[in-house]
Structure formats: structure tokens, C-alpha cells
Design a protein around this ligand. Structure first.
Ligand code: ATP
Ligand code: MG
Length: 323
């Protein structure tokens, strides 16, 4: 499938998945991949301190939009911008936009939002999604990527609109909830990309989340990203001593055993990974994009670049209606 077409499918992509599976990393990689196809991209981070900006070598994001990666370069990439969205800031902005600056100032200092959000569950989620909807409508970028909260919460986050619609029948909250739901359930405007690791528990959780999101929210799911896959390695079955002699070196005491143990570990890990990827494919009929596990202590701009290229290759290999 043509990556440019892939990224143009909907303006908003929500990246979701279990805690720690790589949502933030995948969000950044998707942004860079989209920018390389020429689409300007805005990353919206919901929970602060995700480390997203670090992947671009930048300071942590704030509510004020910044440029994470300027456009240009030999490939004519588009720019990538980023910002956070917190319910408190979104509420203040909403009140200010609706001529209620004085109330908004008082609310901010009184901690009233906490009281309101305890009384009306889902209100914080709808404030965030309401702002996302506004960005989508304003065409804030060719592609808006939302780094969603961890999975258990991602469902409630997305279900909030539906729940509020039932709870609040009239007024601005009802309108907001309905408009958010319109956005979430329109495949031409919004898609959810679920991320997992090739491991048992994350795969189980992803399958559950996928069905919940489709049945109960009615969102359309994009391909699943399987992050942190070990790449296939040649020579795992070779005898370390023979391999060493081919490489014209000799092994010291114990090295043969250590190498054999390492190969064993890797073989075992590859088998488990293969099993989980197959299981995911049978339980969830969605295309998969695989991202390799990178053996670096910290991920930064070079690793981000590598992951973005991997994504572009994986997307190009997807069988699509328009391939
Ligand atoms: N493909 C990869 N190769 C190596 N390390 C990775 C890879 N993807 C993510 N990581 C590392 O794994 C950790 C978790 O990744 P990340 O922060 O993207 O996950 P997350 O799902 O956003 O987590 P959280 O639920 O806490 O927001 C980070 O330290 C990140 O650098
Ligand atoms: Mg994260």
C-alpha cells in the first residue's frame, strides 16, 4: 500500500495500547513516517511526561504547540509539531472561548474542575476529546496523532462520549459528547491504531481492547503495530566453536557455553514471539505492522528515524485495496 495514501486515510489517528508497550514511541515513529510522505503532522500528548519530545531531541511538550521537527531536508519532509492537552487547560480554553474568562480564572484557582469531574465521570475525557475534535475540524495539520493513555483507560476515555451522551440529555456537554462521538465513529475522520508487544498478556489485552472499541464505541481500527519484535538472526543453530574458527578467532574458557546459552535464549524468544504473532493474526483479522526491538539504552532521533523507515517499509508491504 502506498504510505502517502495510508496516512491520508483519516486526519486523526489515536494510538492506544497497554502500558509500556511503546505507544509513545510508535506515535513518534508514525509522525516521522507521515512527515516523510509529505504530510504535516501534529502530535497531541494526553498524559504529560511521556518522553515523546526526547525522541526528537527536544524539551518536554507543553500546552503551547512547538515544532518537534522542521520540514525540509533532502526528502522534502513536512514539519512535525507537538503539544500536550490536559483537561484543566482545555476547560479554561473552552470557557475563555465562550466569553467566560472571569469564571475560568476563578475555577482555575479554586480547583473546581476536580469537584465537577468527580460529580460527572468522563467530563475530563470529553474535555480532551472535545479539544481534539476542534483541532481536527480546524485542520490543525494534515495528520493529528493522539498518544492515548494506557489501554484500560483508553477504553473509558473513548467510551466517555457515549456514557455522557446517555447521562446528559441536553446542553453544551451533550452537544460536545455528540460531536466527539461523530468524530470517533467516522472512519474517514478517525482511526485507532493499537500497539502491542509480541507477548502473551499484551496480545490478550489488545484483542480484548480491539473488540471493545469496535463494538462499544464503534471506532474503526487501523493496522495493529507489533512493537519490539526480535529480528531474525542467522547462525543461531551454529556451533559457536565452529563459527569462531570460521571467523578465525578462538574461544576462551566458558565462551562456548555463554554463546550457546545466548543462542538458546534468542531461539526460545523467537519461538514465543512467532507463536504470539500467529495467535494475534488468528484472533484479530487486522493487518499487522512489525517494528523491531532496538538494542539501545535510550531511544533518540537516530532510533526514531530507523523506526519510521521500518514503518514505511511495513506499510508499503501491506496488502491494501489501493496497492
Ligand atoms: N522498538 C523498541 N525498541 C527498543 N526499545 C523500545 C522500543 N519501543 C519502545 N521502547 C522503550 O520501551 C519503553 C516504553 O516505551 P513507550 O514509552 O513508547 O511506551 P508507552 O506505551 O508509551 O508507555 P506508557 O504506557 O508508560 O505511556 C521506553 O523506554 C522506550 O524507549
Ligand atoms: Mg507513553
Amino acid at each position: 500500500m502506498d504510505p502517502a495514501q495510508f496516512f491520508a486515510a483519516s486526519r486523526l489517528v489515536i494510538v492506544a495500547g497497554k502500558g509500556g508497550v511503546g505507544k509513545t514511541t510508535v506515535t513518534a515513529a508514525l509522525a516521522r513516517a507521515a512527515a516523510l510522505t509529505g504530510l504535516s503532522t501534529l502530535i497531541v500528548e494526553v498524559e504529560g511526561k511521556s518522553g515523546l519530545a526526547l525522541l526528537f531531541g527536544r524539551e518536554p511538550l507543553t500546552y503551547e504547540e512547538i515544532t518537534l521537527s522542521p520540514g525540509g531536508g533532502p526528502e522534502g519532509a513536512a514539519d512535525i509539531r507537538g503539544r500536550t492537552l490536559t483537561p484543566d487547560d482545555a476547560l479554561l480554553e473552552y470557557l475563555r472561548d465562550h466569553g467566560m474568562s472571569r469564571i475560568s480564572r476563578r475555577l482555575a484557582s479554586s480547583g473546581a474542575l476536580d469537584i465537577v469531574s468527580t460529580a460527572v465521570p468522563g467530563i475530563k475525557d470529553i474535555l480532551i476529546l472535545g479539544k481534539v475534535k476542534q483541532l481536527e475540524r480546524a485542520k490543525a495539520a494534515d495528520l493529528i496523532l493522539l498518544d492515548a493513555p494506557a489501554a484500560g483507560h483508553a477504553i473509558t476515555f473513548l467510551l466517555a462520549a457515549r456514557a455522557l451522551l446517555d447521562a446528559v440529555r441536553v446542553g453544551p456537554i451533550n452537544t460536545q459528547a455528540r460531536e466527539v462521538l461523530d468524530l470517533l465513529t467516522n472512519a474517514d475522520r478517525c482511526q485507532v491504531v493499537l500497539v502491542t508487544l509480541p507477548e502473551e498478556t499484551p496480545v490478550n489485552e489488545l484483542v480484548d481492547t480491539a473488540y471493545h472499541l469496535e463494538d462499544r464505541v464503534g471506532v474503526s481500527l487501523g493496522p495493529v503495530v507489533v512493537n519490539g519484535s526480535y529480528a531474525a538472526t542467522d547462525g543461531l543453530d551454529a556451533d559457536p566453536a565452529e563459527a569462531a574458527s570460521v571467523a578465525a578467532t578462538t574461544l576462551r574458557d566458558g565462551e562456548r557455553e555463554s554463546l550457546a546459552a545466548a543462542a538458546d535464549f534468542r531461539r526460545h524468544r523467537m519461538a514465543l514471539q512467532h507463536e504470539q504473532i500467529e495467535r494475534l493474526a488468528t484472533q484479530l483479522p487486522l493487518p499487522q505492522l512489525h517494528l523491531p526491538f532496538l538494542f539501545n539504552a535510550d531511544l533518540g532521533p537516530p532510533e526514531l528515524e530507523a523506526l519510521a523507515r521500518e514503518l514505511l517499509d511495513a506499510i508499503a508491504n501491506l496488502e491494501g485495496a489501493h496497492s
